[in-house]
Write a protein that binds this ligand. Structure first.
Ligand SMILES: Nc1ncnc2c1ncn2[C@@H]1O[C@H](COP(=O)(O)OP(=O)(O)OP(=O)(O)O)[C@@H](O)[C@H]1O
Ligand SMILES: [Mg+2]
Length: 400
């Protein structure tokens, strides 16, 4: 099977995963589904979806939007707030999301567009064009009347048996720095709760824990409004289901030893699973992923991750010959993000021991590691760098 006869890659390294390939997350799904059905019954809910970078927040949010629309008749709006810095930006991006993201039900889309026809430019072959000038001019008034705006949308859907709205505010990295955002969110929740007939609204924010903390720092009461849904790394069996499902969708099978390599090096981290899977998919030539394919795929994935996610300075240091064997031994230690200095030291040779302190200091200076609360504890600041080191240890096996 060469590149020309292969189908499309079933891996999505840089995008939220499509619903057919979504795996795992049952506990989180259950928790969100409970909130969804409360909203369907008329009771507003607020959730904060949290977890590390690349752990699968946007994917889960997107999956639950699909679920809420199909099972519980909520109209979903998934707003990507990247680049937004003001509340007016939030308003503008919300309207854009309503107009641009296709609802699973086309008639809903038509109705939503009819409420917002003022902002619809000319119809284009691929979707619609938004009249940004008109929309931006109205940004301030939409932001002041954000809840009435959502209410008006829902009213339009009365005949469609739509029971409420699921509003996902995603990619909040930039906007949380603005203190008015925390006040805006708290205001939205309170205004709704206090109104005579609260809008059945599922408000879901999605972001890393630091962003939630940042909002709390700006406005303490934010701490009390959200139920938290935390996403953790995937289990081995979830990873297996994922790799099997993805490869099988293109009629590729995975040998057992190849599977354990793919799982070991992905370490439960969806972003890596997709990068590793994609590289392996293109390497395989015969429709059967064997150990050799997996090793080569992981090797290539390591290079890719280094290039994309590791700072140049750090990369240079990590590639230094002096540190190689130390990092290789580090890869054999089963730890998540933090390790004890002495645990690694135990396995080092005398010459490695001499370089060990220097290694730790250098990594601290480059912000790769920081000291933990316990003496002698070191913690990786970025999981991707930690995983890059793990993935790199495969090099020796491949060149064998
Ligand atoms: N449940 C899942 N099943 C399969 N693949 C997944 C799942 N969740 C996430 N992924 C994949 O993992 C990668 C990261 O997912 P996603 O973008 O949803 O994470 P995120 O937490 O929103 O990341 P960021 O912090 O960068 O916004 C993507 O390639 C996505 O396709
Ligand atoms: Mg995301």
């Amino acid at each position: 099977m060469n590149a020309l006869t292969k189908g499309i890659s079933p891996f999505y390294p840089g995008q939220p995963v499509p619903a057919e390939l979504f795996v795992g997350r049952q506990a989180e799904i259950d928790k969100i589904a409970r909130a969804v059905s409360q909203v369907e019954l008329g009771k507003p809910q607020a959730l904060f979806l949290t977890g590390e970078y690349g752990i699968g927040k946007s994917s889960l949010a997107g999956f639950m939007r699909f679920y809420a629309e199909k099972e519980n008749h909520l109209f979903g709006i998934h707003v990507l707030l990247g680049g937004a810095t003001t509340i007016e930006d939030v308003a503008v991006k919300t309207v854009e999301a309503v107009l641009k993201t296709p609802a699973y039900e086309p008639t809903l889309m038509e109705k939503a567009r009819s409420v917002l026809s003022k902002y619809v430019g000319k119809q284009e072959l691929f979707g619609i064009q938004i009249n940004l000038e008109a929309l931006r001019a109205d940004g301030p008034s939409i932001s002041h009347g954000y809840l009435p705006f959502l209410r008006q949308l829902l009213e339009r859907f009365k005949d469609e048996e739509i029971k409420g709205i699921m509003l996902i505010l995603d990619e909040i990295n930039g906007i949380t720095a603005n203190s008015t955002f925390a006040h805006f969110i708290k205001g939205l929740v309170d205004e709704n709760a206090l109104s005579a007939t609260p809008l059945p609204l599922l408000l879901m924010l999605s972001g890393v824990e630091e962003r939630r903390r940042e909002m709390i720092q700006h406005h303490q009461p934010v701490e009390r409004i959200f139920d938290i849904v935390e996403i953790n790394p995937m289990t081995e069996s979830e990873m297996k289901v994922f790799f099997n499902k993805a490869f099988q969708s293109q009629n590729v099978t995975v040998n057992e030893d190849a599977m354990s390599l793919l799982c070991h090096y992905s370490a439960g981290f969806p972003k890596i699973m997709h990068i590793v899977g994609d590289a392996t998919f293109w390497i395989d030539q015969d429709g059967i992923v064997d150990k050799d394919d997996a090793l080569k795929g992981i090797f290539l994935a390591a290079e890719d991750i280094g290039r994309k996610f590791v700072d140049q300075q750090v990369l240079k240091a990590l590639r230094s010959k002096d540190y190689h064997s130390i990092m290789e031994k580090m890869s054999k230690l089963p730890f998540d993000l933090s390790f004890q200095k002495t645990d690694l030291e135990k396995g080092l040779s005398d010459s490695e021991k001499k370089k060990y302190n220097n290694f730790l200091q250098r990594m601290k200076k480059l912000n790769v590691l920081r000291s933990g609360d316990v003496t002698g504890e070191y913690i990786f600041n970025s999981r991707l760098v930690r995983l890059y080191i793990l993935l790199n240890s495969i090099k020796k096996d491949v060149s064998k």
